[in-house]
Design a binder for this molecule. Structure first.
Ligand SMILES: [Fe+2]
Length: 263
């Protein structure tokens, strides 16, 4: 029993798995069928070769960084090297999480990523074009962001006729943004509930809540056609202001890979 626990502990805190999802949508232009998105979320300053190799193995067309990439200003240079390596491989899009804003160095981090060609999507929407077709990639900053945060309505204005991929570090119910025509929402934040148990799923959420509902167990479908995918992330949860991270258990670190299909 002890040996199993030790193995599970090491497995969940070192290995990186690729978790694959397929998302079908009638809104998707035919040219985008088969497009692959790799999601890197909640690294919390841990930028290891395993994560990079997992992303490269997934051979993505687009890479999504969905926040809590750093939780300390001292991690900015390592994070920039990591994000730069990703952006060299495929177009890379980033939104902030609560931990970026807790550092008070979020603006510096954003500037650094922008210089490297990473698309910083806090409160913005862009077209991504391919073979005559286009989709919208949009993002919302974490609600703890400092300064003026544009509303979802402002960010997603005039996007209803397009396939809309929305990045939001915090997961909301899949229909939360449906009135703006979202088709796919990608989030992180929950770390899969840190410890996962059969029949219960994730045990602890980022706000210390018990049995978080959107713990990345599956793709969540909304009644209005939106799909929410929540990455279980790539690190433990930082313990308040210390450098200690609560370890994960029965919950391997993951790079999510989403394949879009015309459905
Ligand atoms: Fe978070």
């Amino acid at each position: 029993m002890l040996a199993l626990l030790v193995y599970a502990f090491i497995y969940s805190n070192t290995k990186v798995v690729l978790r694959e999802y397929d998302v079908a949508s009638a809104e998707l232009p035919a040219a985008f069928s088969g497009l692959r998105l790799a999601v890197v979320s909640d690294t919390h300053g841990k930028f290891d070769r395993r994560t990079l190799d997992a992303v490269f193995d997934a051979d993505p067309d687009i890479i999504l960084l969905t926040g809590d990439i750093i939780d300390d200003a001292a991690q900015i240079q390592d994070a920039a090297d990591f994000a730069g390596a990703l952006a060299d491989r495929a177009p890379t899009y980033f939104v902030t999480g609560n931990h970026e804003w807790a550092t008070d160095a979020a603006r510096e981090f954003i500037s650094k990523l922008s210089l490297l060609g990473v698309h910083v999507m806090d409160g913005r929407a862009e077209y991504f074009e391919k073979d005559g077709g286009r989709i919208v990639i949009a993002g919302l900053p974490d609600p703890t962001a400092h300064g003026d945060n544009p509303s979802p309505a402002a960010v997603l204005e005039n996007t209803k006729d397009d396939f809309v991929l929305l990045l939001s570090h915090r997961p909301y119910e899949p229909d939360h943004f449906a009135e703006f025509g979202t088709d796919l929402i990608v989030s992180g934040h929950v770390h899969g509930g840190m410890v996962r148990l059969p029949g219960l799923g994730g045990i602890i959420g980022p706000g210390r809540e018990f049995l978080p509902k959107l713990d990345g167990s599956r793709a969540y479908k909304g009644a209005n056609g939106s799909t929410l995918i929540v990455s279980r992330g790539l690190a433990g949860v930082k313990f308040y202001d210390t450098q200690f991270h609560f370890p994960r258990l029965f919950n391997p670190r993951e790079v999510v890979v989403i394949t879009l299909t015309k459905g």
